[in-house]
Design a protein around this ligand. Structure first.
Ligand SMILES: [Zn+2]
Length: 284
């Protein structure tokens, strides 16, 4: 699943390419991928200008001028790519947006359809957290972004008793982290993912905050991680998976202490840890 660095990579590229472009056509090939405002989007988008493309957590927003916001979530297998407008459509392409004077078009493709599109013509609140959808697929409110969150807020979130990994995965608490970057950041901070968050010392909380930020920043610098499906807006894979230290490396040796990387289940998710570097130490 694309996480913060992958969505960030796509948003940055699309912002460079499409900012100030005027929408000349919008084709919806499968309307049930649009969970809010589908009719308005089809009626209003053409002729509007793309004011900006930004991101919060794993969600991306295309802001139109004079108004309208398209929020996109890539789910498990979603892709947003700029393809030549006359290139054959791949199967599971659901929405295509063309802009004036461009040889390409933006295509949203999502074979497994865990992702989707939400359109708000005139959002009264933060469009990333409008919380309105078709009922079944509401856009749930998002917590602060994992790349921007300050230490005081982070510390406050970690006062809870839940396992630290469960908390980091909870998009309502802090947004942007998924299984890969949780495991990588917890390893870099030397914290066992099953530790109750409220038991972490202040030094550990600081270390974790720094590890999350540095892991996400390096992942962005390497264009994100591609394990199976992720591709950037130009259809290329990321390369940060080569720098994963624990994720997907069970059975290999830890680069720091030489112990064997283990895989277990924490917070209901497959979890990678080094038994030497991430001991379940509990502060008394
Ligand atoms: Zn180790």
């Amino acid at each position: 699943m694309p996480e913060l660095p992958e969505v960030h990579t796509i948003a940055t590229r699309l912002q460079t390419e499409l900012r100030d472009a005027r929408v000349s056509s919008l084709r919806v090939l499968r309307d049930d991928v649009i969970h809010h405002g589908g009719r308005e989007l089809a009626a209003c988008a053409v002729g509007r200008t793309i004011a900006s493309i930004d991101r919060r957590g794993k969600r991306l927003a295309i802001r139109l001028s004079p108004h309208g916001v398209v929020v996109i979530h890539l789910g498990m297998s979603g892709r947003l790519t700029l393809d030549p407008w006359d290139a054959p459509l791949l199967s599971h392409t659901h929405v295509c947006i063309r802009c004036e004077g461009r040889e390409d078009e933006l295509r949203f493709r999502d074979p497994r359809r865990f992702g989707g599109i939400w359109y708000y013509e005139d959002p009264e609140t933060d469009p990333f957290s409008c919380a309105e959808g078709d009922g079944e697929r509401d856009l749930a409110p998002l917590g602060p972004d994992a790349l921007d969150i300050g230490l005081p807020r982070f510390r406050e979130i970690l006062r809870r008793r839940r396992q630290v990994k469960a908390l980091l995965l909870d998009q309502h608490a802090i947004s942007g982290l998924g299984n890969i970057y949780c495991d990588e950041a917890l390893y870099r901070a030397g914290i066992h993912p099953g530790t109750p968050a409220c038991r972490l010392s202040d030094a550990q909380v600081r270390k974790l905050a720094a590890a999350i930020r540095s892991t996400l920043k390096s992942a962005i610098a390497f264009g994100g991680s591609t394990l199976r499906e992720y591709r950037n807006a130009d259809g290329q894979a990321g390369t940060f998976q080569k720098l994963h230290r624990v994720y997907g490396r069970e059975g290999e040796r830890c680069g720091r202490c030489g112990r064997t990387i283990a895989r277990s289940i924490v917070a209901g998710r497959s979890t990678h840890t080094c038994p030497g570097c991430q001991k379940r130490r509990v502060r008394r």
